[in-house]
Design a protein around this ligand. Sequence first.
Ligand code: PRT
Ligand code: MG
Length: 220
Amino acid sequence: MTSITIALSKGRIFDDTAPLLKAAGVFALDDPETSRKLILATNRDNVRLIIVRASDVPTYVQYGAADMGIAGKDVLLEHGGSGLYQPLDLHIACCRMMVAVRDDFDYESAVRRGARLRVATKYLRTAREHFAEKGMHVDLIKLYGSMELAPLVGLAEAIVDLVSSGNTLKANHLKAVEEIKPISARLIINQAALKLKRATIQPMLDAFSAAIQQGEETMV
Ligand code: PRT
Ligand code: MG
């Protein structure tokens, strides 16, 4: 039987994916939060999981080192999606990509005046497209995390980051001023693997879709 490798990141993606995998009859034999293993065996001989950084998931799948994976739309937008088939929105790890500024910063008036803002973000590509569409000239500053700090210490006037509960913004005296995109995690499949391993991949895809649909019906 053909073997498949699924790339996942630990934390919220793994936590939200576990029930979907379970619906497809797959569960990991080790807990990625406590195990140091990067390759996790599952109850199925022909399915293994690899644990990678969230932003590396599309790269592993693009090059075929993993046949499929689960990645946030935020990560896919930055990656560009080449070589990837994105058949399913999993409706998990949901949040919003937002522009945020300090509580006391008048963003609207800065935009009206055509002020040139410094914007700190990990999402350069998405931010560049967003401000270009608005016809705003901004200086983008690349950060790798904790974007919320940047406006507080004068590195930037604005940030582009993900917001879910809004608690991190609030705790740092920031406010969201614009929504760029709703974000959720997607199933991604290597295009060649889908053709060569369809017999193994298709039933998992079907089980995932059924589980998502069921989840939505119980939410209604
Ligand atoms: O942490 P690491 O640097 O390894 O990578 P990562 O941050 O990309 O991974 P991880 O596991 O934190 O996130 C994986 C995916 O979860 C992301 O790619 C998103 O698609 C999705 N996701 C959903 C989120 C959030 N919600 C989220 N709230 N990713 C990050 N956050 C952060 C956000 O950046 C901000 O710092 O949580 C903070 C805001 O949360 P609230 O609840 O205070 O608003
Ligand atoms: Mg994180």
